[in-house]
Design a protein around this ligand. Sequence first.
Ligand code: NAD
Length: 476
Amino acid sequence: MNRLKILFVAVASLALTVQSLESFGQTSKSGTQKTKTDRSIVTPVPVRPAGQKDMLAYAAPKIPLVRVGFIGLGMRGPGAVERWTHIPNTKIIAVADLRPERVEAAQKILDKNNVTRAAEYSGSEDAWKKLCERTDIDLVYIATDWKHHVPMALYAMQKGKHVAIEVPAAMNMKDIWDLINTSEKTRKHCMMLENCVYDFFELTTLNMAQKGLFGEVIHAEGAYIHQLSQFWDDYWNNWRLDYNKNFRGDIYPTHGIGPVCQALNIHRGDKMNYLVSVDTKSFNGRDEWKKMKGEDPGEFKNGDQTITMIKTQNGKTMQIQHNVMTPRPYSRMYQLTGTKGFANKYPSEGYAIGGDQLSADDVPNHEKLSAHSYVSKDVKEALMKKYKHPIHQELEETAKKVGGHGGMDFIMDYRLAYCLQNGLPLDMDVYDLAEWCSLAELSAVSLDNGSAPVSIPDFTRGAWNKIQGYKHAFVK
Ligand SMILES: NC(=O)c1ccc[n+]([C@@H]2O[C@H](COP(=O)([O-])OP(=O)(O)OC[C@H]3O[C@@H](n4cnc5c(N)ncnc54)[C@H](O)[C@@H]3O)[C@@H](O)[C@H]2O)c1
């Protein structure tokens, strides 16, 4: 009797958490694919409050002079302050950090660039709120530790500011939905500062993909592989290693997934349906903790290596890796596999393209092309020149001078300012933020359930197919 009762409870609770995904009825250009056995754990999707609309292709009124306030001036924030001194038609109004010495360091950047010192806020946990309450700021730029991102962004939007948030903007589903709802309600942009989508190889390759050079892109890979052992000590209050100790899953997914989502037109004609994750146990993570704290961590949740696989609505696949613990050459992977060609960034950049994809006008010796190996250096250079993205054509020279991860950080900030100044939709919307950040909690849910498939919600709540194809906005 007791056994029967237990069985009943087990079946009932399974029914609560598992939903059949048969209704996804996946379709691709090349036909339909039935996935009868898809059964995924589903997380709650809040109903959109009445009267609230989506933010797809949202354009705010033009802001000819973009007035910005910065919160978080640790290792990352000051570089942003420096970059914004080089962006035309912008003004740095205020800077904030818990630590007064970090605020002073930012002011010195302004001095060095002959820019008027900004209003400053520091010295208490909530001093940043005063920055958000100012009436002369259009954009709040947040580069604090992960736990502070969301409360700061929510408050700033509620105070009528657009927000830009460092990566990952949000670490759990509740925070992600709060950001979406607040952005939709306040009609304020909520953009994640994912710089890697502007890197030279990635943006050039996106242009090639959009022009059909690889045929249809069917599989994509991304990663964040960067041993952080030499940096743990430098994070304020040990926030980053603490987070690794306390949370399982791919907790830094956005550099890897952002650029490949753009290539796969996610929520612009396709959507991520579900993921499955595996991880190693913690080997080096535990030791890093011991080294730093001089004590055993007890449980250290984040595995040294985490791998997540994703299936999309149009029958495509993705793989994303996270490893910040073991010695490996830095890699964000960035790999696209198409029906007619292939692109790969790490560890060696290259393209493999079927000969019939290129015309004689494209590249020298095109008839020698074969998709079995990378094209030659000459052909690669000719392709990269031909497909150089208009954003790079305009900004490459200045970006390389101003710097920030080889120029991509400047391009990101410049594009954000340009779109705000011209009343254009931003390059990344709140749903990109949501999709890319959702891997943090959803991968942990998969791991905690024996690598079970976990449904990735449609964060647009029904509008993922409204826009066809990813694009950047320009003044016509
Ligand atoms: N996109 C990239 O390439 C990239 C690179 C590095 C870091 N990041 C991101 O940038 C963010 C910051 O990272 P970091 O390396 O600068 O960390 P950090 O620890 O050096 O800086 C965090 C700062 O936040 C401040 N802070 C904490 N609580 C605050 C509060 N209540 N009010 C005001 N300030 C507060 C701290 O004093 C500190 O100066 C993180 O989200 C990180 O993931 C992104």
